[in-house]
Design a protein. Structure first.
Length: 320
């Protein structure tokens, strides 16, 4: 009986131990499940936070995109306005240069200055677009070609040459007195006696005197009288005055006055100064070079460029 009780008690204890062990295992599983549930809840919260963060990022990205687009539109408008203003300033610069070229030609007759202004205007139009602006460049190129054909006038060199002639005026020798060769009568036979002999002698004497009064020069101009000392001084002063007037006419580009003064100098030097002197010949050689100079060539105009510029500046031609 006691053995049965002990066996029952042992069986009960073993079952109790098994039950406690099972309870511990279930408690551990429950703890693990709770831990997993907590991790799942944490993961859910993280996922929710991530979803909310992505939504905020998307909204922020859309806001940044809208701002960038707005700034791009503003920048494009500013760039458009800047381009238009640059085109206006460029056209104003070209208009000023073309008008300066016209002023240099019409007022100062300065071909070099006019050419320089037109070249700067052409350089300012490099890279432009638009039919009217290209036509303006073509007109400027045509006017530059016309200006290149104008013969250059070295006014400074001509002015200095006239100054050198003025310096040589005091050294020009006057024309020397040229006496006609004495007419030697041919030998005559002894006069015959009587009336006819006397008449022959009277005729020979009269003929010799008449021949001595006449200076026979074939193909030569009548020489001017040799001036006195005072007249020579006045003549040299007149030469200096005419050469100085020619210099002034050169600076003012007055071709008729320039030619007339040089003609008077040429006449005076040829009439009153020694043509055999080296200084006289050198003076006339330099004077001859000056007489063939054209100090006021026919100048073209820049009307083609001005007309093309007016076409560009019309309201319908402002935008290319």
């Amino acid at each position: 009986m006691l053995m049965l009780l002990l066996a029952g008690f042992a069986l009960s204890a073993w079952q109790m131990w098994l039950l406690q062990d099972e309870q511990k295992a279930q408690a551990q599983r429950l703890t693990a499940l709770m831990t997993v549930q907590a991790e799942l809840d944490q993961t859910q919260r993280v996922l929710s936070d991530l979803t909310q963060g992505q939504s905020q990022i998307a909204e922020a990205l859309q806001d940044v995109t809208r701002r960038v687009e707005s700034q791009a539109e503003t920048l494009a408008a500013v760039r458009q306005q800047t381009t238009e203003q640059a085109a206006v300033w460029q056209l104003a610069e070209v208009a000023t240069l073309v008008r300066m070229a016209s002023l240099a030609l019409n007022v100062f007759a300065d071909v070099q200055q006019a050419t320089g202004f037109l070249r700067r205007a052409d350089e300012a139009l490099i890279g432009v677009e638009g039919r009217e602006l290209i036509a303006l460049r073509a007109a400027i190129a045509s006017d530059l070609t016309q200006l290149a054909r104008v013969p250059s006038v070295d006014r400074i060199g001509l002015y200095l040459t006239l100054g050198q002639l003025m310096n040589t005026v005091p050294d020009l020798p006057l024309r020397r007195v040229m006496l006609a060769p004495k007419q030697v009568p041919p030998p005559t036979p002894p006069p015959a006696a009587g009336f006819w002999g006397w008449a022959q002698q009277a005729w020979d004497t009269l003929w010799v005197r008449l021949v001595g009064l006449v200076d026979f020069r074939r193909g030569e101009s009548v020489p001017k009288p040799v001036p006195t000392a005072q007249a020579a001084q006045d003549l040299r002063q007149n030469l200096l005055l005419s050469l100085s007037t020619a210099q002034s006419a050169l600076l003012r580009l007055e071709q008729p006055i320039f030619d007339e003064e040089l003609r008077k100098v040429d006449t005076w030097v040829g009439d009153y100064f020694d043509p055999t002197a080296a200084a006289h010949q050198a003076f006339l050689a330099d004077l001859g070079q000056l007489k063939i100079e054209i100090i006021q060539p026919e100048l073209p105009t820049v009307e083609a460029s001005i007309a093309a510029l007016a076409q560009v500046q019309t309201p319908q031609a402002v935008s290319p």
